[in-house]
Design a protein around this ligand. Structure first.
Ligand code: NIG
Ligand code: FE
Length: 424
């Protein structure tokens, strides 16, 4: 493989120096930007990062053999990392959106058999091949927006057979698609209709059958629970997350989205790597999260799409909770793949600064899925995952909102998007 030399970015945003622990508070404003910066890449790995003249001197005798990407006037960042998605699903739910726009609530629709239940039905009925094809199209779209790693949850199978089918699709995508896919088991996304009258039996199935089998087959790294009134209680969530821990699955949690429910507290208690949503998290819950270093994954696209107020990021930042951002890409509450749009919303609706939003969608997002040692910043030895945005500074990625500025995407040292088109 020829070396790849990304040269002379107007802003090379490296986020260097934050691989050991997630950024908190004021640290989130320090992006370590190099002007007229360049990156030398060999065999999929970053071998040098610095001002262009320095790298030119250092690699003078090898310049002729390198493939050069000219980033003059543009902004180069680490590949974006999306730490919370429901990538693998079948079907679509725009009819529910029309109902919500007319005044129905998300929970009302779900309790009437729509919502997660509707997608579960469609996902169960879909063949593995259809599920793969539909999810692959979404993954291409992620890549086109500059996202090079996504976390992907199950949770639309809700039986051993169909949860495994979903996780198998995620694994195949990870194996075949340039985007890296990191899997989370979310058997506790909802109690499926067949167990509605015996929820305890469904929880037993999760704990005694699904978790052991998912872990035995190595199909997930994380274990998540939708902890919300009417879905899973904090006590149920605790049992499920502890069971996962006993099988080597690290806890994550959908917490305090709709009402304060003790989710943030539980995340700290079980030592979750992240607690996600957090719109209604209590001050005490946030304090405990900060103490245990639990990352708060905020999902402003979901609040926007559900017509609710977003989480107030400053509350988390002031409490010392490390913040990451994610799309929550799913067919009901956030049908988007645009992490850059989510970054704009984080600034507009959550009061984050553009610098914080970028740190939250790169290095802190990498921490939220246990990958900060390999991705999330542009540093010696890390995977060469980079995005060239066709804007002169990183703020414009978010300022000119709703527009895809990603022009070139490099994954593992290979140009996989060029001129805004997937090239595989
Ligand atoms: O993260 N909150 C629970 N689950 C998803 C929504 C899933 C769906 O509506 O299909 C979420 O928002
Ligand atoms: Fe979610």
């Amino acid at each position: 493989m020829r070396p790849l030399f990304v040269r002379r970015a107007r802003q090379l945003v490296t986020l260097a120096g934050s691989s050991a622990a997630p950024l908190v508070g004021e640290q989130m404003s320090n992006l370590s930007i190099i002007e007229n910066g360049s990156v030398w890449i060999e065999n999929g790995t970053i071998t040098a990062v610095g001002p262009d003249d320095e790298l030119v001197r250092r690699f003078a005798d090898r310049l002729a053999e390198a493939e050069v990407i000219d980033a003059r006037g543009k902004t180069v960042t680490p590949g974006l990392v999306d730490p919370h998605t429901h990538l693998v699903y079948a079907g679509s739910r725009e009819h529910e959106w029309t109902m919500r726009l007319g005044g129905a609530t998300y929970m009302e629709i779900m309790n009437a058999g729509g919502g997660i239940h509707a997608t579960t039905k469609a996902t169960r009925e879909a063949s593995e091949e259809t599920l793969y094809e539909e999810s692959k199209r979404r993954l291409d779209q992620f890549l086109l927006h500059g996202v090079t790693t996504v976390e992907a949850k199950s949770g639309y199978g809700l039986s051993l057979e169909h949860e495994i089918k979903q996780l198998n699709v995620a694994k195949r995508l990870d194996d075949t698609h340039p985007v890296d896919v990191v899997s989370t088991f979310l058997g506790a996304h909802a109690v499926p209709p067949e167990w509605k009258h015996d929820r305890e039996e469904y929880i037993r199935l999760i704990i005694e059958e699904m978790i052991p089998e998912v872990s035995r087959q190595g199909l997930a790294e994380f274990n998540d629970v939708f902890c919300e009134r009417g879905v899973f209680t904090p006590d149920e969530a605790r049992r499920i997350l502890e069971a996962g821990k006993a099988h080597g699955l690290t806890p994550k949690i959908h917490a305090d989205e709709i009402e304060p429910y003790g989710g943030a507290e539980l995340a700290a208690e079980v030592g979750a790597i992240s607690a996600d949503h957090l719109l209604r998290a209590s001050d005490e819950g946030l304090r405990r999260m900060a103490e245990r270093g639990v990352i708060g994954v905020l999902l402003p696209g979901t609040a926007f799409f559900l017509l609710t107020n977003a989480a107030h990021a400053r509350r988390l930042l002031d409490a010392g909770v490390p913040v990451a951002l994610a799309t929550d890409c799913n067919p009901g509450s956030s049908p988007t793949v645009s992490l850059p749009l989510v970054m704009s919303l984080a600034c507009l609706h959550m009061r984050m600064t553009p610098a914080e939003a970028l740190a939250a969608a790169t290095i802190n997002a990498a921490h939220a899925i246990g990958r900060a040692h390999v991705i999330g910043s542009l540093e010696l030895g890390k995977k060469a995952d980079l995005v060239v945005f066709n804007v002169p500074n990183y703020v414009q990625i978010m300022y000119y909102y709703g527009v895809n500025h990603a022009e070139t995407v490099i994954k593992d040292g290979k140009v996989v998007v060029a001129g805004g088109k997937v090239r595989v």
